[in-house]
Design a protein around this ligand. Structure first.
Ligand code: ZN
Length: 138
């Protein structure tokens, strides 16, 4: 039976499939499929397979997870990526992006969502925006 990764990529799967073990940390079959589609689209199917093959088997689930976070972080934060979200104390945004992808949702860049905010002012500006929202509601 095909693994959920090969199933969504419509490729042959076997007992020695390199994708299958990468997905085991993801609970539902649907979420495994969503994650695979997203990562394969971001890095390219050949690129993904090449990344996976380049590390020892025991490290492949970690590699896949980190590729997923990287792809999600880069999508929501195009300039500074997942690392930028980590540095600016916005890692929760990256986690939320990953959860969105696992649920089968689509991601939009933060800039589009919040307007033209500069990354390192994000937290500060968010607080101001929340404040503004409160003031407006009074
Ligand atoms: Zn497979």
């Amino acid at each position: 039976m095909s693994c959920n990764g090969c199933r969504v990529l419509r490729k042959g799967c076997s007992e020695s499939c390199i994708l299958r073990p990468c997905l085991q940390w993801i609970e539902s079959p649907e979420a495994q499929g969503h994650a695979t589609v997203f990562v394969a689209k971001f890095f390219g199917r050949a690129g993904l397979m090449s990344f996976i093959s380049s590390v020892p088997e025991s490290q492949r689930p970690d590699l896949f997870q980190s590729l997923l976070f990287e792809a999600c972080g880069r999508t929501v934060n195009p300039v500074n990526g997942a690392v930028g979200l980590l540095w600016t104390g916005n890692w929760n945004i990256c986690q939320a992006a990953v959860e969105t992808v696992l649920r089968g949702g689509t991601l939009r860049p933060i800039n589009e969502v919040l307007g033209d905010l500069h990354h390192h002012h994000l937290q500060e500006r968010l607080q101001k925006d929340q404040l503004l929202h409160l003031i407006k509601n009074q």
